[in-house]
Design a protein around this ligand. Sequence first.
Ligand code: 8YV
Length: 314
Amino acid sequence: MSKVEILQMGPYSERDEKMLEGAFTVHRYFDQKDKASFLKDHADSIKAIATRGDLGADKALIDALPNLEVISIYGVGYDAVDIDAAKERGVRVTNTPDVLTKDVADLAVAMMLALGRRVNEAADWSRGDWATKGMFPLTRRVHGKRAGILGLGRIGYEIARRLQGFDMEISYSARAPHELEENWGFIADPVELAKNSDVLFVSLAASKETHHIVNKDVMDALGPDGMVINISRASNIDEIALLDALEAKTLGSAALDVFDGEPDINPRFLNLDNVLLQPHHGSGTVETREAMGDLVFENLKAHFDGKELPTPVV
Ligand code: 8YV
C-alpha cells in the first residue's frame, strides 16, 4: 500500500526526518525550486503538512491542497498557520506544547543574566588585551530587581518560577488574574506593568490582539535602565519603535530570540551595544527538539490511524 504523502515546510533534524520518511512519502517543499510547478504536479496527493512554528502554513498553501487533512507544527506557536483557513476546510492542526516550555524559560533567564551582566562583552574582554584595558566596566545587579511577565501562560509561568530564585519582585499581565499559590502581582495594563518593572519578559502567544503590544509607550515606561526580553514572537513588539528607543537609549537594553523577517534581521540591530541577539533557539536543545519531533510524528500517525490527536490546536 502506498504511503500517505506529506509536505515538509522546512528542515528538521536528521533523526526527525528519518522518522517521517519511514512512515510517509515526504515532499521537501523548501527544496523545490519551482514551487508552483511542484504543486501543480503533487497538490492533489498531499494529505498533510509538517511545518514549524516559525514557518507555518498560509491560506494560499492550505487552499492549494484539496485533500489536505492535517497540519502538524514542530513548535508551540501556531500564529504562522492560518487557523481560520484550516477550520474552513476541516483541516486539523496540532502543535508541540509542554515539551519545550522549560527550555524556552531557561533561555529567557539566561538572556536576562547575560544582558544584565554583559556576559558576552566580558567574554570578549577576557580574550582581548585585558592586561592593558584593566578592569571590565561595572554592570548592574540583576537579583532582587522587579520583573514583569507579559503573558503568564506555560512559558511565562516557568520564567516567573525561575525568577523567584533570584529574589525578584514578580508582576504579570494577563487577560485576567490567575489563581496562583505564588504572591505575584497582577497588572492588566502592559504600560502599567512596564512602569513597575526593571525587566519585562514578553512571553505571550502571538495573535492579532497582541500585535505590537510592546509599543513606544511600554518602552518609555520601562525607561533608560529598563530591559526587555523577547522569547515569544517578534510581532508582539513594534520592532522599529524598539530600534528607535535602543538607539536613543530611552530604553536601556533588549535581549531578543525572535525578529521581524528572521533569519534576515534588521541591520540596525548590528550597530547597537545594548542588545543581545539570539537565533530563535529557545526550544533548541537535543532533548526538547527530539520530543518535538516525536510529537510531530505522533500527531500525524494518530490522525491517519484514525486515533485521538495527542496535542490538537483545532
Ligand atoms: C520554533 C518556536 O518552532 O515553538 C515555537 O513556536 O518558536 C520554535 O520552537 C522553531 O522554529 C523550531 O524550529
